[in-house]
Design a protein around this ligand. Structure first.
Ligand code: F6P
Length: 191
């Protein structure tokens, strides 16, 4: 059966200090995940595994030790938080209280000024999602919001649930096709 793997990038320097977006490198913990991830895949994944990352440093660094062909795809980049890129949620609440409240009211449709909404991500992901449906043995190294959208799509979640889906760091999500549905297996790796 068709097998697809998904993971968030390892912890980044921005994750460690609660800042959103940006293009920071992996923290020491994140780098340790990159090594453990490569070991895990060499034990469990097929030899013809291929890796799709975003264009951001933290996904490329997470994939760095995996001996497989890699492709960086712009449509896999994280949610663009526009004027709030690089802020903490507290800073956003202080500097843009109205925006913060709007996002809280409708996280799915809320679009950051000069940025994106979850619906926008769904739109730009369409071609990648159709391509993935015809693929096998792909690992997607992505980001929190983008992976919520991708996993929500394969697992048939309601759109309104997407923005709240729990996709933890340092965890490999394996989808195995079973008829028209996918079986999910989550493996938290020790870092
Ligand atoms: O904090 C990491 C991050 O990937 C940010 O770059 C992004 O804005 C955020 O998560 C998306 O999560 P949420 O929609 O819950 O704010």
């Amino acid at each position: 059966p068709q097998v697809l793997y998904f993971t968030r990038h390892g912890e980044s320097e921005f994750n460690a200090i609660g800042r959103i977006g940006g293009n920071s490198s992996l923290s020491a913990r994140g780098q340790s995940y990159a090594r453990v991830l490569a070991e895990h895949l060499s034990a469990v994944a097929s030899r013809d595994l291929r890796v799709w990352t975003s264009e951001l440093l933290r996904t490329k660094q997470t994939a760095a030790h995996i001996p497989a062909p890699k492709r960086a795809i712009r449509a896999l980049n994280e949610l663009d938080a526009g004027i709030c890129e690089g802020m903490t949620y507290e800073e956003m609440q202080e500097q843009y209280p109205q925006e913060f409240a709007w996002r809280d009211q409708d996280k799915l449709r809320y679009r950051y000024p000069w940025g994106e909404s979850y619906i926008d991500i769904m739109t730009r992901l369409r071609p990648v999602l159709s391509a993935l449906e015809d693929e096998d043995n792909i690992l997607v190294v992505g980001h929190q919001a983008v992976l919520r959208c991708m996993l929500g799509y394969f697992l048939d979640l309601k759109l309104d649930e997407l923005p709240y889906m729990n996709v933890p760091l340092h965890t490999v999500v394996k989808l195995t096709a079973r008829g028209y549905k996918y079986e999910v297996e989550m493996t938290k790796l020790p870092v």
